[in-house]
Ligand binder design. Structure first.
Ligand SMILES: Nc1nc2c(ncn2[C@@H]2O[C@H](COP(=O)(O)OP(=O)(O)OP(=O)(O)O)[C@@H](O)[C@H]2O)c(=O)[nH]1
Ligand SMILES: [Mg+2]
Length: 374
């Protein structure tokens, strides 16, 4: 899809620009009035569905000559001719924003029962994004849903990180730098051993370049009687996983990566993309801005990715992102961490714990049986 933003002094001038540039098949995605240098201008975002020119061969925008400026008249284009990938992501976010702005009038909160309206308005204030609010609104209005929580429960699924719910031998913890991967992994390894005493629990460092994390993992493994191992290639991983006996639990600490699709590439490189005895958990924190969290989802998306672990909940001021990411990723929440202490800072996810966080800002450590009531 080719998308451009056009500006001019009148709607007619801008539409003529759109037709000239994109032809009669162009679709108008949105329009607004903007001020520039004290003048009111009409701005239109238009799109044309067509195969893209390869992004690797960007065209240089033609240098604006005085003659070209005169020929353009008062209408001005606000977009460059060939944006790079980052620009496309930004443009796509803008398009989504425009589309949602167009859909917004179709969300008439007046048709909702007072308690439904209050719940949706609360979620909006809590940082739940418009796409998720719209999906909830639709399930209430179109699906005849009476209460908000059941609709929300279908969107934010939970699958507690326990041995019975996750029978896979190996668990990889993936996510951005400093989010709490190693801490969550050690906590989970200790919990796995508590849950089934006597089982062999292996913690694996696959983050070879990061000396600190490696030492930390080794140190905790020694202190807690866990088996420590390292793997940095397909052969090492194959041996570790193939040699695991039934009932063993293997927890893999992975490096933070950069670039969209990076984790999928890393899994292929390590021979882990197709293993059915392995699952991955994306470790994320509500401290990230929405665009950042969505970006991490694109970086760490990979075949084994099966759940989201939310960390540093104790440092967050709202929790709308739990809904946004569950909706965007269609992944269940598996665990919640809410403090730096290794002994008491992590709880397997439950519906009760998620709703208490979202609606009461109550952390799982602040009441008993947080892991109950899935
Ligand atoms: N307040 C708070 N701190 C946490 C939580 N989880 C982890 N931390 C702290 O966050 C810091 C980073 O944690 P790590 O587990 O080393 O993070 P990481 O993702 O492994 O980091 P890298 O290996 O450097 O990418 C440590 O100081 C942890 O104690 C949490 O739930 N709450
Ligand atoms: Mg680490």
């Amino acid at each position: 899809m080719r998308v451009k933003t056009f500006r001019g002094e009148s709607m007619a001038a801008v539409l003529s620009q759109v037709r000239q540039e994109l032809g009669s098949e162009a679709v108008i995605l949105g329009n607004q009035t903007v001020r520039e240098d004290g003048h009111c201008l009409c701005e239109v975002m238009a799109a044309l569905e067509q195969p893209e020119k390869p992004l690797t061969q960007p065209q240089k925008p033609a240098a604006p000559t005085p003659a070209r400026e005169r020929a353009a008249g008062p209408a001005r284009q606000a977009a460059t001719a060939s944006p790079g990938p980052a620009d496309w992501t930004r443009e796509w976010d803008e398009i989504k924003g425009h589309m949602l702005a167009l859909l917004r009038p179709r969300m008439d909160f007046g048709v909702l029962a007072p308690r439904q309206r209050l719940a949706l308005e609360y979620l909006e204030r809590e940082g739940v994004d418009e796409a998720s609010i719209l999906a909830l609104y639709r399930s209430i209005v179109d699906g005849g849903e009476d209460k908000v929580i059941p609709a929300l429960s279908r969107m934010v699924r939970v699958k507690p990180l326990t041995v019975s719910q996750w029978p896979q031998t190996a668990h990889m913890f993936v996510g951005p730098s400093g989010v709490g991967k190693t801490t969550a992994l050690v906590r989970q390894a200790l919990a796995a051993r508590r849950e089934a005493p006597g089982r062999r629990v292996v913690v694996v460092n696959a983050d070879g370049d990061r000396g600190k994390g490696r030492l930390l993992l080794r140190h905790y493994a020694e202190l807690s009687g866990l088996t420590y191992a390292e793997a940095d290639g397909p052969e090492g991983f194959r041996r570790l996983l193939d040699e695991a006996r039934p009932g063993d639990a293997v927890f893999v600490d992975t490096p933070s990566l950069r670039g969209e699709g990076a984790m999928a590439g890393w899994c292929r490189e390590m021979g882990l993309a197709d293993r059915t005895d392995l699952c991955a958990h994306l470790v994320l924190s509500p401290l990230y801005a929405p665009a950042q969290a969505a970006h991490f989802l694109r970086v760490y998306a990979c075949a084994p990715l099966s759940s989201i672990i939310w960390t540093k909940l104790d440092e967050a001021c709202n929790y709308g992102c739990l809904v946004n990411m569950a909706h965007a990723a269609s992944l269940p929440v598996s665990a919640l961490t809410h403090g730096p202490e290794l002994t008491q800072g992590m709880t397997p996810a439950s519906g009760k714990a998620v709703w208490k966080l979202l609606f009461k800002h109550q952390l799982p450590g602040e009441y008993s049986d947080a892991a109950a009531g899935v």
